[in-house]
Design a protein. Structure first.
Length: 353
């Protein structure tokens, strides 16, 4: 199956362009999460998420104004954006809350159950059909989740539920992105998700600290005003630069190449995370995490393959094979050839198919 129209002379370059962009995006997101894990020793989750959202909004808002239609600052779909931002904010607060207690590879392996959870949600809420092949892949994937979490093991902690909860909330946010569909550009969705997230995170942290009494070891959940010494500003700016870089590279990847080609490369985040965690903190993921990772990745790739086979002739592919599942990314599900591209438009003869 060709990635571009048969008469396109640029098919190989567009395919490699997309793969390169998604791999660079994964590297940026892994570096961002490693920085987040390290900076939680000095700052609260609430402050780091707030700063990340603030810097992103300062970058994305001028882009929306400069590029104009189809991007917009004001939208009648704001309730959907608000709901998606709430899921995004709550979910990734739980995701990062697990960092001081679990290895980077362990947290992210459990999070990558999100495509499997989205498949279930798409069947329940979007009436997508789940055939025997997908049921088998989902069973294998959820077996991988149980193995990675190891709830019956002596070392199991309730902390492992946090990245799983993030996967559930993130999957739900992708279903809402599916509902938004082509009515918004990718840039608009990203801007509103991050803007609403920035508005929510500090009150959320304040309320959390009023409701729950935190013990020793949970200092990263203490509420504090978004203040940092001047000497730390470059590090905070770099944190957001890495996140924005990952967002832009992923957006570019899904615009220049077939989504069914580049989506499997999202899983390269996991070995990148394991290697970086080993290099920085000598973290070695336990055997159950590695086995669970293999089952989760295998089932996710097979789900994507089945979607490619089933929907190769449809104009509106199902979400499972086309979703973007990357920790910390506000990027919504992409539909190849849709009108939400905000990079320079492509020649129709070179559209993906």
């Amino acid at each position: 199956m060709s990635l571009l129209a048969p008469d396109s002379p640029s098919m190989p370059s567009r395919a490699w362009h997309g793969i390169l962009c998604v791999e660079l995006g994964m590297l940026f997101f892994v570096a961002q999460d490693a920085m987040m894990k390290e900076m939680l020793n000095s700052y609260s989750i609430w402050m780091l998420i707030f700063v990340r959202a603030l810097v992103s909004v300062c970058i994305l808002t001028p882009l929306v104004v400069l590029l104009g239609t189809p991007h917009r600052l004001l939208t009648p779909l704001w309730p959907l954006h608000l709901a998606r931002a709430a899921l995004f904010t709550i979910g990734f607060s739980m995701f990062y809350a697990a960092f001081p207690f679990m290895g980077l590879a362990e947290v992210t392996t459990i999070f990558f159950s999100a495509p499997l959870i989205t498949a279930i949600m798409a069947a329940l809420w979007l009436r997508e059909t789940i055939g025997p092949h997908r049921i088998g892949a989902l069973a294998v994937g959820f077996t991988g989740i149980l193995i990675a979490m190891n709830p019956a093991g002596d070392n199991f902690s309730w902390i492992a539920i946090l990245p799983l909860s993030c996967a559930v909330s993130y999957a739900a946010s992708q279903i809402i992105a599916r509902k938004i569909g082509n009515r918004e550009s990718t840039l608009t969705v990203g801007l509103h998700t991050l803007a609403f997230s920035g508005l929510m995170i500090m009150p959320m942290g304040w309320a959390f600290n009023r409701i729950i009494t935190l013990g020793p070891g949970f200092e990263h959940l203490d509420w504090s005003l978004p203040f940092a010494p001047l000497a730390d500003w470059p590090a905070l700016a770099l944190l957001r630069f890495l996140g924005m870089g990952g967002y832009l590279f992923l957006s570019r990847a899904y615009q220049v190449a077939n989504a069914s080609l580049v989506a499997p490369f999202d899983y390269s985040y996991l070995p990148f995370a394991a290697l970086l965690a080993y290099a920085l903190w000598s973290e070695v993921p336990p055997a159950n995490t590695v086995l669970g990772m293999a089952l989760i990745v295998g089932s996710g790739l097979y789900l994507g393959y089945r979607e490619l086979q089933t929907h190769r002739t449809e104009q509106d592919p199902a979400i499972v094979g086309e979703g973007v599942f990357t920790p910390g990314s506000p990027l919504p599900q992409q539909v190849p050839g849709s009108e939400d591209d905000w990079w320079p438009p492509r020649d129709d003869r070179h559209s993906t198919g």
